[in-house]
Design a binder for this molecule. Structure first.
Ligand code: NAD
Length: 288
């Protein structure tokens, strides 16, 4: 029988255990989240991250900077946070306004506090096969957690197809699955016959941004399907509905397990951000 993977329940379970570990460790992890401008979706994400941090017993600080902020001002704030002993995780919410180069900003974050895992040092550690020392991006980490929940530790030799090659999701996901000894195929916008390649997969992770791209004809019977996509579909009545990159109703009868959107990968991403912040607090306090 097909399992709909309950990402919210998995995330809640993880958050409770993070709260316990904070109490046991006798330290207060500090998370600083920086929002530049007032993009409505980004504002919601940032608020949720702050609330979640507080619920875990963290120190949570939010910095709201105006849309017109200069890159140098943002980097100055990051440099202050880099040396602030109360802060163990620094997150700059993307996207940033045009005048700011996101690459320069991310490289300004102290790698040990880079809880998004986007600094080249952390990217390099993961790519070189040292994820234990790295901070790994939250969304792929959440996906891996859900995959392991379904398949246990027996990922070795399984064929995983990752659809999408972004630095935020696709590439780190592929590296994590390689690290778990999967055979990994990465599909992207220039891939030929993605349907045929995807149909060979035991594990499919879709991170594309195209609503309903993945149909049942893309899925081998019994595959585990993880849908990272978050796409807003405007309805005829003017309201909006969130859908993934996988056509859920079509794929559901074929897969052995599938994440819904919403309620799948989304909640796991935020839980993994808390896990990364706790991890960096432990490391920075010499408890690792
Ligand atoms: P992105 O736009 O940076 O990358 C999309 C990737 O898809 C690219 O690598 C591109 O080559 C590939 N692609 C485009 N068209 C394709 C096609 N027809 N076939 C195969 N590959 C194709 O996007 P992203 O930041 O990786 O995000 C992807 C999706 O995941 C978006 O919907 C985003 O909103 C969502 N997302 C969700 C979370 C979460 O927490 N659930 C986190 C990050 C991103």
């Amino acid at each position: 029988c097909v399992r709909v993977i309950d990402g919210r329940a998995a995330a809640d379970y993880l958050l409770v255990s993070i709260g316990h570990r904070v109490q046991q460790a006798g330290l207060t992890p500090g998370l600083a989240v920086i929002l530049v401008g007032s993009d409505p979706a980004s504002s919601v994400y940032v608020r949720n991250k702050g609330r979640c941090a507080q619920a875990c017993g963290f120190l949570s600080r939010q910095y709201d900077l105006p849309e017109t902020t200069a890159e140098s001002e943002l980097i100055e704030l990051i440099e202050r946070l880099n040396v602030d002993p109360d802060i163990h995780g620094i997150l700059v919410q993307l996207p940033l306004p045009r005048q700011i180069d996101p690459h320069r900003v991310i490289q300004a974050i102290e790698p040990a506090k880079d809880v998004d895992g986007f600094h080249y040092r952390n990217v390099g550690l993961l790519a070189a096969g040292n994820p234990g020392e790295a901070l790994v991006p939250c969304t792929p980490l959440g996906c891996l957690h859900l995959i392991r929940q379904q398949l246990g530790d027996s990922l070795s030799g399984r064929h995983a197809v990752v659809i999408g090659r972004s630095n935020i999701v696709g590439k780190p996901m592929a590296n994590l699955l390689l690290q778990a000894d999967c055979t990994v195929t990465v599909l992207h916008s220039r891939s030929q016959d993605p349907e045929k390649l995807c149909r060979q997969a035991d594990i499919v992770v879709a991170a594309v941004g195209i609503p309903g791209l993945v149909k049942s004809s893309w899925i081998k019977p019994g595959a585990v399907v993880i849908d990272v996509g978050i796409n807003r579909l405007e309805q005829a009545d003017g309201t909006a509905r969130l859908v993934g990159d996988v056509d859920f109703d079509d794929v559901y009868p074929v897969a052995s397990a599938i994440t819904p959107v919403p309620g799948g990968v989304g909640p796991m991403t935020i839980a993994m951000l808390m896990q990364n912040t706790l991890e960096s607090a432990m490391r920075l306090n010499g408890k690792r």
